[in-house]
Design a protein around this ligand. Structure first.
Ligand code: FES
Length: 106
C-alpha cells in the first residue's frame, strides 16, 4: 500500500509500503526524515510519533493500552490522531494512507 508522509513544512512524499510492514518501517526504508524510531519498533521510545490524517482515522485499527501509555512520552503533544508509527501495520485496506510527521521527535 502507498503511504503519504506530510512533513511539518507541508512537504509531502508518497512511498510504497508492503503488506504487514509498519508505517515506521516504510518511513525508515525510504529514508524519510522525522521518524527517528530509536527503539526499532519495540514500543519503548515514542520517537516514531505520527498523526494519522483525520480522513483515515476510522480505517486504522485502534491503539493498544501499551501504545496509549507510550504516547504520553512523545516530544510533541499527542492529539486524537496520534499514533506510534511502529504500531500501525499496513494492509490493503490502508492503500493511500496519509500521516503527518510532527515537527520534533526529540
Ligand atoms: Fe520506538 Fe515506535 S519505534 S516506539
Amino acid at each position: 500500500p502507498a503511504v503519504t508522509f506530510v512533513q511539518a513544512s507541508g512537504e509531502r512524499r508518497t512511498v510504497q509500503g508492503l503488506d504487514g510492514e509498519s508505517v515506521m518501517q516504510v518511513a525508515r526504508r525510504h529514508g524519510l526524515p522525522g521518524i527517528v524510531a530509536d527503539c526499532g519498533g519495540e514500543l519503548s521510545c515514542a520517537t516514531c510519533h505520527v498523526m494519522v490524517d483525520e480522513q483515515w482515522l476510522e480505517a486504522v485499527p485502534v491503539r493498544s493500552p501499551d501504545e496509549e501509555e507510550m504516547l504520553e512520552c512523545t516530544a510533541e503533544m499527542p492529539t486524537a490522531c496520534s499514533r506510534l508509527a511502529c504500531q500501525v501495520r499496513l494492509t490493503p485496506a490502508l492503500e493511500g494512507l496519509v500521516v503527518h510527521v510532527p515537527r520534533s521527535q526529540k
